[in-house]
Design a binder for this molecule. Structure first.
Ligand code: GLP
Length: 261
């Protein structure tokens, strides 16, 4: 079972996760961090930047790999995940841009770019800690329902519901790309530690399915149940459909070293 940490607010969860990742970076200066986009991890990145700065941690050796990228957005588009990662991760954490990788959604051959991305992750020694959000339809990365639980990084078509959900980031909803490159579920499962963040009532069904539902390609987030080291952090609203919430709270409260995941 995944470790499930339930907090009152998203901010508390973000702060807990950030404190843990900051300690790991301090202990392993060349840590490989898997980073997600979307609204969910924004608070986590802010807390992480503060923790690292407060401790004066050198982040110049940290490597980062993004989960996914839209295909075909212009290079300077502010909503390309390359731009989002630059704004929310690379700059605030003080990472070396040369160490930060995002799938190349502008490659002439995005299919080859996807294969090259998996190779680059392998060449870096694999992802140590992967930060994940979850889509309302249960997607992780951009692995929409139906994605193989063993899939590798590849080009995918976005579900209409995901395009609708992400339209809020674009001036014109028609600008939301139809295709993306996403790490596969098999790729994500190779990360050594998964930290999944879920906040807000609109994630409650997806979160309950991911943590407690059957493992199924119909709910890609449920693949976390196949992983040996997963930490799920959720606020009250996202946790409202978990049937074992009391058990998770008790396990967390009685954990010998409650600071550590
Ligand atoms: C996005 C991203 C995912 C993210 C998810 C949830 O489209 N590709 O990596 O986790 O959907 O997004 P949000 O955190 O904004 O709800």
């Amino acid at each position: 079972m995944a470790e499930v940490v339930l907090t009152r607010t998203a901010d508390e969860a973000s702060a807990l996760a950030a404190a843990h990742v900051a300690r790991e970076i301090a202990a392993r200066p060349r840590l490989v961090l898997g980073v997600a986009t979307g609204s969910t991890p924004e608070g986590f990145y802010r807390h992480l930047a503060r923790c690292l700065a407060a401790e004066g941690t050198d982040t110049s050796g940290v490597r980062a790999f993004a989960l996914d990228e839209y295909v075909g957005l212009p290079a300077d588009h502010p909503e390309s995940y390359a731009a989002v990662i630059d704004r929310t991760v690379t700059m605030p954490l003080g990472l070396d841009p040369a160490h930060v990788h995002v799938p190349d959604g502008r490659a002439a051959d995005p299919f080859a770019a996807a294969v090259a991305y998996d190779r680059a992750i392998d060449a870096a020694g694999g992802v140590d800690i992967q930060i994940l959000g979850i889509g309302r339809n249960g997607h992780i990365g951009f692995n929409e329902p139906g994605s193989s639980l063993g899939s590798r990084t590849r080009v995918k078509t976005l579900a209409a519901s995901t395009r609708d959900a992400n339209a809020r980031f674009f001036t014109d909803p028609r600008d939301v790309p139809v295709h993306c490159i996403t790490q596969g579920i098999g790729t994500i499962r190779e990360a050594r530690h998964l930290i999944l963040l879920a906040f807000g009532a609109d994630k409650s069904t997806a979160l309950a399915g991911a943590v407690e539902g059957p493992v199924s390609a119909s709910l890609p987030g449920s693949a976390i149940q196949l992983h040996p080291h997963v930490t799920v952090l959720a606020d009250e609203d996202a946790a409202q459909k978990l049937t074992q919430a009391e058990a998770y709270r008790e396990a967390w409260a009685l954990k010998p070293a409650a600071q550590s995941f």
